[in-house]
Design a protein. Structure first.
Ligand code: ATP
Ligand code: MG
Length: 461
């Protein structure tokens, strides 16, 4: 039985095909649902029955193939039908960086898939700020393969702040040069901020939630045309857990979105937000592939050696949102002691890209010294009683508890005019002073009064 069967189904016009993957498999006497691929869209559906799980072993022919193609896309894996899954990190037509979200429950394969992306970034000459809020456990091989790696909330906030400063520096530089769009590597590289376990940064009660939300929103909106992209890997039961309602929604609507094994509430949010076409249902990804059956107590117990489904999911923003896909299987099959050589091979031996020199002053000491923890935070947001990074003075605290959360939550060095400008840049349409007041007061910084907004506006004018 090695044939592939493909059925095309069509409902009468006006009807939408809905289905229950498990029932369908059962009705067709398919005991292993991983052999079945169903894609339904409106009144049409495509059902494919494979002799065996088509995604059991998705292999990357060679690590050099992870480099971006001419359309700014990285090849990350395969659809069930063998077609390639690409994620776009740069749009050469509009000259813009992208936003990327990789969702999945714990163990779904976010960090490992994330390494495929990081290796692709490295091989594409992208300068990457990588933050892992699991203290470096998520992707130990990434250290040294990215421009700046951090492993603390303070480090991640410093990276976001730095990328934001670089973004504004580039804006000024490009404006002075009369350029309206970003041209990759001419002369500046793409810059990406990648945050693994972003849920720990953005969940309710997280120490820098508001500040992080401000930066993510602003980089998401304005960074695109300045070659500054952002990628978040997160587990979340609900989008609202991640920094409040609109931050993720805006990213979801326009960004690259990959969904690995999920929880049901997550799926409901995605459907409610219109990310999936009405009526479209994604076949859930079980934790393990292969058939299950009832085993009587009188039979000998067999070991459950069914393979896992890590890395399997859907590329929701891609051309086939309902088609099951899988990241390349990467790394050594058996866990290695220390760094995994196969994972390292993904990145290759070439040096990684670094941020352009012209932006180093704007990036400041946190970037220059590749700081992490409280040191990074204090360099990015110098406490009022030190000289700060420009003076080269060491900050008060080194390691230990951050001096941070008590301090004003928006970048300490932002003036009201800066914040007004950021809100204006991020606006979808015209804003009056009241709308601006609301936007500025939502950026996580010190509360501002209407009069100050009006003053800042007339100064800006
Ligand atoms: N693409 C892949 N290729 C090979 N193995 C994978 C892949 N994705 C996941 N795995 C395996 O599954 C395990 C869990 O994956 P990973 O750590 O990437 O999940 P995660 O979603 O980041 O989980 P967590 O939420 O706990 O951080 C890995 O240790 C690895 O063994
Ligand atoms: Mg992880």
């Amino acid at each position: 039985m090695s044939r592939i069967y493909e059925l095309t189904l069509e409902a009468p016009p006006g009807d939408i095909i809905t289905y229950d993957p498990e029932r369908l498999a059962d009705a067709m006497r398919i005991d292993d649902p991983s052999r079945l691929a169903i894609e339904a869209m409106g009144s049409q559906a495509l059902v494919t029955i494979y002799p065996a799980d088509p995604l059991a072993d998705v292999r990357l022919p060679g690590p050099e193939l992870l480099a971006m193609d001419e359309r700014g896309r990285i090849w990350i894996g395969s659809y069930h039908n063998g077609r390639r899954v690409h994620v776009q990190l740069y749009d050469p037509v509009s000259g813009s960086a992208q936003r990327l979200l990789l969702f999945g429950t714990t163990g779904a394969g976010k960090s490992t898939g994330g390494q495929v992306l990081l290796a692709g970034m490295k091989r594409s000459g992208i300068a990457t700020f990588y933050g892992d809020l699991k203290e470096g456990q998520s992707a130990p091989e990434a250290r040294g393969q990215v421009d700046w790696a951090v492993y603390s909330q303070e480090g991640v906030i410093a990276q976001l702040h730095t990328a934001w400063c670089v973004m504004r520096e580039r804006a000024a530089r490009y404006a002075a040069a009369g350029r309206s769009k970003f041209l990759r590597d001419r002369p500046d590289p793409l810059l990406y901020v990648v945050i693994d376990e972003a849920n720990r940064l953005l969940e309710k009660g997280a120490p820098y939630r508001d500040l992080a939300t401000f930066y993510i929103k602003d980089i998401g909106r304005t960074g695109r045309s300045l070659g500054v992209g952002i990628a978040l890997f997160a587990q979340a039961g609900h989008l609202d857990e991640l920094g409040g309602s609109d931050t993720m929604r805006a990213m979801l609507k326009e960004g690259e979105v990959l969904l690995l094994r999920w929880t049901s509430s997550m799926m409901q949010t995605l459907v409610a937000d219109g990310l999936l076409p009405a009526g479209q249902k994604l076949a859930p990804i079980p934790k393990k592939a292969g058939a299950t059956r009832l085993v009587s107590q009188f039979e000998t117990e067999a070991a459950d050696d069914r393979p896992g489904t890590q890395g399997t999911g859907y590329h929701l923003s891609g051309p086939y949102p309902g088609a099951k896909m899988r990241f390349f299987r990467v790394g050594s099959p058996i866990p290695t002691e220390g760094l995994d050589p196969e994972m390292l091979a993904l990145y290759g031996d070439d040096p990684h890209a670094v941020l352009e020199k012209a932006s180093w002053p704007a990036a400041g000491r946190a970037y220059a010294d590749k700081l992490d923890g409280a040191d990074a935070y204090n360099a990015a947001f110098p406490p009022p009683d030190t000289d700060g990074e420009e003076g080269g003075g060491r900050s008060r605290s080194s390691g230990g508890a951050p001096a941070a959360p008590g301090r004003p939550q928006t970048a300490a060095r932002l003036t009201i005019a800066d914040r007004v400008q950021a809100a204006l840049e991020g606006a979808d349409g015209d804003m009056d002073a009241h709308a601006l007041l609301e936007a500025v007061n939502a950026d996580g910084g010190r509360p501002v009064k209407l009069g100050s907004i009006r003053n800042a506006l007339s100064n800006l004018r």
